[in-house]
Structure formats: C-alpha cells, structure tokens
Design a protein around this ligand. Structure first.
Ligand SMILES: [Zn+2]
Length: 233
C-alpha cells in the first residue's frame, strides 16, 4: 500500500494535479496583480504603514504596533504580540497594492479586537490542526500495515482537520478584505478607481486561500479513495 501513497495513481491525476495547477495559477496571479498595482501610486500619497496607523487609531487600537518584516507578501497580523507586520514593498510604499494589503492586515487586528467569531474559532483549532496534520499519515500507514481500519479512519479524520481550518480561514480573509475596502472607500483614502485596483489585489490574494482549501480537499478525497473503504476488498 505504501507505493500507492507515494507513487502515481489515477487519483493523483484527477485530484492532486488539477488542485496543484489551480494553486500555481493563483500564486502567479497574486504576484502579477500585486506587482502591477505596486507601481501605481495612490493620489493621497499615504504609505502602507501610515494608512495602517490611521485606520488602527480610528478604531481605538492605538496600542496595536506596526513593524516592518522582510520578504515578499509576508504581511500579517500577529494576534499574540498584537502587531501588524508589513513587508518592505508595503511599509514605505504609497502604492495602491501597499494600501490595500496594509488595510487588509489592519482588518485582522480589528477582527481580533471585536472577537470576530470565525477568527476566534480558527485560532482555537490551530493546535489541534497542527497535531492532526503531523499524525494523520503515520496513523493511516500504521492502520494499513496492521490491517486495522479504525486506525486508518482516525488518520483520515485527523487529516480532514486541515481542510476544516482552511475552510474557516476563508470568511476570516474575505471579511478582512471587505472591511479594508469599505474603510479605504468610506474614509476617502482611495478614490473609486483606486479602490478597484485594491480590490483586484485583495481578490487575487483571497483566491490563494481558496486554492489551498481545494488542495486539502483533493488530498482528503484521494486518501479516502485509496484507504477509506478497504473492508470492501
Ligand atoms: Zn489576511
């Protein structure tokens, strides 16, 4: 059975390969969209970090800090340290892409402050998801070797936790982006045309989370197809 999991099978062809292509396409799209709009300067001239500071302060989050971080598209909000970290191409850049990403990360800080339910659930299941993703394949293989199907089932359920995590990530990400665009538009940080560009950047970023979920579901379906109903044999 080992050779099936690590080898090439029909489920790899019809499930994993299409999901992989979707993931690569989504990644290429977010890179090209970000790159395009990182060369378009917004008319107001605020940088990513300035916009982040303004939106945080306007929401009473004066104690949430903003820091720079190395790398490309490494921007995130750290709920433990309560810090918005912005990458080099966002922190000091007055581009539409930078403004969009900065406002999105601040959206996560506002979700955190408001105890936005999907974010709370997502953070709560992270430890379980981590354990599940480490144990799932060893459990499945052990179950197969021992010909003990309940162990295989537990392994598959453990693997499915990753998909659950990625599913809950979607409303968190979509909500952070819609908050960001509403604020940028409502507070007139960006005009209509600029908001359109920021929306394209954030939509492209959101698609990578959809692609990650599709990949997990494809892997899960393949595991079920290969190991799920062996009692039938
Ligand atoms: Zn996000």
């Amino acid at each position: 059975m080992f050779r099936y999991y690590y080898g090439f099978d029909i489920y790899y062809l019809v499930l994993i390969l299409p999901a992989m292509l979707l993931g690569l396409w989504a990644q290429a799209r977010v890179n090209s969209t970000f790159n395009r709009y990182s060369h378009v300067r917004c008319r107001q001239g605020y940088t990513g970090s300035q916009i982040a500071r303004r939106i945080l302060d306007a929401n009473g989050l004066t104690d949430v800090r903003i820091e720079g971080i190395r790398g490309n598209l490494t921007d995130h909000y750290d709920p433990t340290a309560r810090v918005v970290r912005l990458s080099d191409s966002v922190y000091d850049s007055p581009s539409i892409a930078a403004i969009g990403v900065a406002a999105h990360e601040v959206g996560h800080a506002i979700q955190h402050a408001n105890s936005y339910a999907p974010l709370t659930i997502r953070n709560a299941i992270i430890p379980v998801t981590n354990i599940g993703s480490k144990l799932s394949i060893p459990l499945i293989l052990l179950g197969v070797v021992m010909s003990f199907q309940p162990l295989v089932t537990v392994g598959i359920v453990a693997f499915s936790l990753m998909a659950v995590f990625q599913l809950i990530t979607l409303p968190v990400e979509f909500n952070a982006s819609s908050r960001a665009l509403a604020t940028l538009n409502g507070e007139h940080y960006l005009d209509e045309e600029e908001v359109y560009g920021a929306r394209k950047v954030l939509s492209a970023a959101a698609l990578t989370y959809v692609a990650a979920l599709v990949m997990s579901l494809a892997q899960l379906m393949r595991l079920v197809a290969l190991f799920g109903n062996r009692d039938r044999d």
